[in-house]
Design a protein around this ligand. Structure first.
Ligand code: ADP
Ligand code: MG
Length: 330
């Protein structure tokens, strides 16, 4: 009789999905850093509020458009004493500029403004306007000594190509330190995971189809803590006279990059590195970017080209599913 009762109870537990319970994730969405962010955090609910607070405070430091940020003060006054996190990120942005031969350039803001991206008052510049803005662009115009930054006259800083990756990385570290079991943070095209999913399945992150960004052209599956960041020509753009002008600018020409790439996805341990490199490798184009990857050992990449081809580096290839692709060898 007892055995019969236990068997029925067990069947009932299995059918109702009870039994050893998986912890539930807390979810939240917020709009910050000019993008929709979603958070999934396994652990105490207070970790969600903590992460939201961190994102808001980083936005308040790093945004080029909000009046009182460190970066806005630097751009307005030409010099500023920065909070430690701003100085930390600015140094990493300068390092990224050096490493990528200027393909990533934190001083592109005069060009970004000329095209009207921050204001939404879009404008296709004349050659003379471009020449003028290019004269005020280049990492040589920015000095950082400890916490004090200084810009040459007429120059300005934009961390939009790296700040979300930095924010995701900071939040991930904070979640690790404060006892989160696991997390997936998705800040626009910047995804950062903390640890592995508690139910033992892989993290799955879609890479957007550049022709239909609401659907995935491929899916990356992985476990553990990782950053996965995509830069694409479809994320922010305007159209004029049938031409599409997007938001990733070639610091050499001052114009939106046009080299046959539609998007670059970087996988790395560091969110900051992944974000900086996703922008930089987009600027480089497939060939230069592949050479750059061959000379590096701290990231993997997936490229999508205008002709619809997908290229995955050797370390990214085993993680890529739901698509046909060409593998890039070392
Ligand atoms: P998103 O911000 O859409 O995630 P990216 O990380 O590629 O995409 O960053 C693009 C942003 O970076 C632009 O909106 C602009 O503010 C800035 N930016 C544009 N071109 C460059 C560049 N060559 N180097 C560094 N930052 C850039
Ligand atoms: Mg970037």
């Amino acid at each position: 009789m007892k055995k019969w009762f236990a068997a029925v109870l067990l069947a009932a537990l299995v059918l109702t999905g009870c039994g050893p319970k998986q912890p539930e994730a807390h979810e939240a969405q917020l709009f910050a850093m000019d993008t929709l962010m979603s958070l999934r955090i396994w652990g105490d609910e207070v970790l969600v509020t903590q992460t939201e607070d961190t994102l808001r405070s980083l936005e308040a430091l790093l945004s080029a458009t909000s009046e009182d940020s460190d970066i806005a003060r630097l751009n307005r006054d030409g010099t500023a004493e920065l909070q430690p996190q701003t100085a930390d990120l600015l140094q990493q942005a300068l390092d990224c500029a050096t490493r990528t031969g200027g393909a990533f350039d934190p001083t592109v803001y005069p060009l970004v403004c000329l095209w009207g991206f921050p204001s939404g008052k879009y404008h296709v510049p004349t050659e003379a306007e471009l020449t003028g803005a290019l004269a005020h662009t280049g990492p040589q115009h920015l000095q950082l000594n400890g916490a004090v930054a200084a810009l040459d006259a007429g120059c300005s800083v934009d961390l939009g190509g790296i700040a979300k990756g930095y924010a995701a990385e900071r939040c991930a570290h904070q979640l690790e330190e404060t006892g989160a079991q696991a997390a997936m943070l998705s800040l626009g095209g910047n995804v950062q995971t903390v640890d592995s999913k508690p139910d033992g399945t892989a993290w799955q992150v879609g890479i957007a189809d550049p022709n239909d960004p609401s659907s995935a052209i491929a899916v990356v599956r992985f476990t553990g803590s990782k950053a996965l960041v995509t830069s694409g020509d479809y994320q922010r753009y305007f159209e004029q006279d049938g031409v599409r002008y997007h938001h990733i600018l070639d610091p050499q020409t001052g114009r939106p990059v046009q080299n046959g790439l539609r998007s670059v996805t970087i996988l790395a341990d560091s969110g900051t590195l992944a974000d900086g490199l996703s922008t930089a490798l987009f600027v480089m184009g497939l060939e230069r970017a592949t050479e750059f990857w061959r000379a590096s050992s701290d990231f993997e990449a997936v490229f999508i080209t205008e002709d619809g081809m997908i290229y995955a580096t050797e370390g990214a290839a085993p993680l890529l599913t739901d698509c046909t692709f060409t593998e890039l060898k070392r």
